[in-house]
Design a protein around this ligand. Structure first.
Ligand SMILES: [Zn+2]
Length: 302
């Protein structure tokens, strides 16, 4: 993704690990048959491989610079973290995430605000890193903004709960140390991060994927509007077909309602959507043609 200039704001993306990951189309609510064939025929080749029915996703973070603040949005999986169950593929990773951040000219101490759209394991990992055998906040000067609701819910999940591997292991090593450090700010939705609502950076609660799931809006002055959508959508096909989901929504009905509302609200408005897992070039808009709404990459930005 090329850097995006929005008035006085700049948005850049950096990856945790290079390359896309292919997920079988079947993991999307059992997608198959004619519907899969139709979606694959219409799919941008940057989104997947129709021949092997693989959809591409990516692990990345965004840096939003507002002039006065450097804001890091979602922190991927992290290094050296023990993961099991559905997150076993992210067990004990060793990626040069901070080296990739450095390629943007930024050191960990340059980050003023860390925003986690929700508290799943793949969005909080680099909140902390191992130092002298202890997990400590990676971004020493940052305030970490997290959903108070997600902290309440995921801080007390029993081990037998199906979302335990997705949330509880990372809660221990990537959320609790931040809470203990005093750098966390637990927020309810509608919290204003910068400037007033409607002209800056602000959060919106979008429950469904998690109970406290949030998206982040950015708009500099009267300029173009961007929304960091976290995991409201995991893949661009879900904009064509909002009913598809990855079976990881805490409340599937609310997740579906949120996806539908987003497609209706942002179709043909020019609003830039920045999702946590869309493959490169990641940024894009919802546009409607005869077949209905679909996601179109903006690269370069039109
Ligand atoms: Zn995710």
């Amino acid at each position: 993704m090329k850097p995006i200039a929005l008035g006085d704001f700049t948005i850049r993306k950096f990856v945790e690990s290079t390359g896309n990951m292919g997920v079988p189309a079947g993991v999307f609510s059992g997608l198959g048959g004619e519907r899969l064939k139709t979606l694959c025929e219409a799919m941008d080749p940057r989104c997947g491989d129709p021949a092997s029915a693989l959809f591409y996703i990516s692990m990345h973070s965004f840096v939003l610079q507002t002039g006065s603040r450097t804001i890091l949005i979602d922190t991927c999986n992290g290094n050296g973290k023990r993961r099991t169950g559905v997150m076993a593929g992210m067990n004990m990773l060793n990626h040069d995430y901070l080296g990739n951040l450095a390629q943007l000219g930024l050191k960990p101490e340059d980050i003023d605000v860390v925003l986690c759209t929700h508290l799943h394991s793949d969005h909080v990992g680099w909140n902390t890193r191992l130092e002298n055998g202890a997990w400590v906040p990676t971004f020493a000067n940052a305030r970490y903004l997290m959903s108070e609701i997600d902290v309440e819910v995921y801080g007390s999940l029993p081990p037998e709960h199906p979302q335990y591997p997705l949330t509880r292991e990372s809660f221990e090593d990537s959320v609790l140390p931040v809470l203990a450090s005093g750098q966390a700010e637990l927020i309810r939705t509608g919290h204003v991060v910068e400037h007033e609502v409607g002209n800056g950076v602000w959060l919106e609660g979008c429950p469904g994927h998690t109970p406290g799931n949030m998206v982040i809006h950015a708009q500099s002055g009267p300029g173009r509007h961007a929304v960091f959508t976290g995991d409201v959508f995991h893949h661009p096909v879900q904009i064509q077909d909002t009913i598809l989901n990855l079976n990881v929504d805490a409340d599937p009905e609310a997740g579906l309602a949120t996806r539908r509302r987003f497609v209706e609200t942002y179709a043909d408005t020019g609003t830039i959507l920045l999702a946590a897992h869309f493959p490169d070039p990641t940024a894009g808009c919802v546009v409607t043609d005869r077949a209905g709404p679909a996601f179109r990459f903006l690269d370069p930005l039109e």
